[in-house]
Design a protein around this ligand. Structure first.
Ligand code: ISE
Length: 334
C-alpha cells in the first residue's frame, strides 16, 4: 500500500520534502505539487515524477490524487491550508509553525480536537534529530544529576528579506520553544525578551536577540538568536547539570556526512552548513518516514509535535513578542 502524497509549496522546504519523499522515504508516492508559481511546481513535479501540478493548495486537496499532504507554504498560509486538508480527511504534515498567531493556531486545534482521529502533526523536525534525541535520553537517565540551566544558539546565514523582529521568534525561535520543553518534559512558565547592539546589515530589525525561558521547575533556558549571522548555519544546545555539561557536537557535524575540519593559517576550522537542510537531513528523513507509516496506519506519529503542542509553542512565541513590545517577564497563558 502506497500513501499518495501531495506537497503544497515548492519553495526551499517544499522542494526538499518532495526530494526526500521521492528518493528516501518508502511507502510514499509523490503524486502532486502545488505552488502559486506554476512553473516552479512543474519543475519539481518533473524532477521527481509527480503527475499533477496545481496553483493552489485547495485545488490539490480537492483533486482526489492525494491521501496526505505536506504543507510547506509561507507561514501565514499554514492554518488555512491545514483546515482545508482536515476537512477533506487527509493526513497532514504541516511545516512549523502551525500558525504565526494564537488565534489561527487555536482555531485549528479546536477543529482538530473534534475529529474522530488525529490527522495532523507539525514539522518540528528537531525531535527526529539524532543529537537532540541523544540529549533527551541522557537527561532521562539522570546520570549527570539535576538539570540546572540550558544554553542554545540558533544562527542563520541570511534573514528572509523584509521580515520583522518578531519573525525571529515566530519563524525561527519556535524550534527552541518546541524542543526545550520536549527535552526536559517540563512546560515553559514565563519568558523574557531582550536585545542590545544590533547588526548594521539588517535594516529595522533586532539581530541578534536574547530570549530567556523559565520552566515550571525553575530551570532557565537562554536562547541566543541571530538570523543574519553570515558565517554559517549554526545550531547549538548545552545542558548544564549538577555534575556535567552535555552539548550537541560543536562545530556541528553534518549528520551522516563527515564533518570537514580544515586546518590552515594557524587556525583549525570546520565547515558549516549554509542552511538547515543538510544539518537536519536525517531528522527530515526520519520525520517523513514516521509520518508516512503513521498515515498509512490511520494515525499520527507518536514522536511528532501534536497540534496542541504546536499551539502551546505559538502561545509562548506570542508571549515573547509581548515581552519584546512591552518589556519585562511575561507569564505564558495556559
Ligand atoms: C527556517 O524556517 C527553519 O525552520 C530552520 O530550521 C530555522 O533554523 C530557520 O531559522 C527558519 O527560518
Amino acid at each position: 500500500d502506497m500513501l499518495r502524497v501531495g506537497v503544497i509549496g515548492a519553495g526551499v522546504m517544499g522542494r526538499d520534502h518532495a526530494r526526500l519523499l521521492a528518493t528516501e522515504v518508502s511507502g510514499a508516492r509523490l503524486t502532486a505539487i502545488a505552488d502559486i508559481n506554476l512553473d516552479g511546481a512543474r519543475e519539481v513535479a518533473e524532477r521527481h515524477g509527480a503527475e499533477a501540478v496545481f496553483s493552489t493548495g485547495e485545488e490539490l486537496i480537492a483533486s482526489g490524487l492525494v491521501d496526505a499532504v505536506v504543507i510547506a507554504s509561507p507561514d501565514h498560509l499554514h492554518a488555512g491550508t491545514t483546515l482545508a486538508a482536515m476537512d477533506a480527511g487527509l493526513a497532514v504534515l504541516c511545516e512549523k509553525p502551525l500558525a504565526p498567531t494564537v488565534e489561527e493556531a487555536l482555531e485549528v486545534a479546536e477543529r482538530h480536537a473534534a475529529l474522530a482521529r488525529p490527522l495532523v502533526s507539525v514539522g518540528f523536525m528537531r525531535r527526529f534529530d539524532p543529537g537532540y534525541v541523544a540529549l533527551r535520553k541522557r537527561l532521562d537517565s539522570g546520570v549527570d544529576g539535576r538539570l540546572l540551566m540550558t544554553h542554545s544558539v540558533h544562527r542563520n546565514v541570511e534573514a528572509y528579506p523584509g521580515s520583522p523582529s518578531s519573525a525571529t521568534i515566530t519563524n525561527s525561535a519556535v524550534h527552541e520553544i518546541d524542543i526545550l520543553p520536549w527535552l526536559t518534559r517540563t512546560p515553559i512558565a514565563e519568558v523574557l525578551w531582550t536585545a542590545g547592539r544590533t547588526t548594521s546589515l539588517l535594516p529595522e530589525r533586532h539581530d541578534p536577540q536574547l530570549l530567556l525561558l523559565k520552566d515550571a521547575d525553575g530551570v532557565l533556558h537562554s536562547v541566543s538568536m541571530q538570523v543574519h549571522a553570515r558565517y554559517g548555519y549554526d545550531v547549538r544546545c548545552e545542558l548544564v547539570c549538577e555534575r556535567a555539561s552535555v552539548e550537541l557536537p560543536n562545530p556541528p557535524s553534518l549528520n551522516d556526512a563527515e564533518p570537514l575540519i580544515v586546518s590552515a593559517d594557524l587556525t583549525r576550522g570546520a565547515a558549516y552548513a549554509a542552511d538547515w537542510r543538510p544539518r537536519f537531513e536525517t531528522a527530515y528523513r526520519r520525520e517523513l518516514t514516521a509520518w508516512v507509516q503513521a498515515s498509512l496506519a490511520g494515525t499520527v506519529p507518536e514522536e511528532a509535535a501534536t497540534i496542541d503542542e504546536a499551539l502551546t509553542t505559538t502561545k509562548i512565541a506570542h508571549a515573547l513578542v509581548a515581552s519584546m513590545n512591552d518589556g519585562g517577564w511575561v507569564t505564558v497563558a495556559g
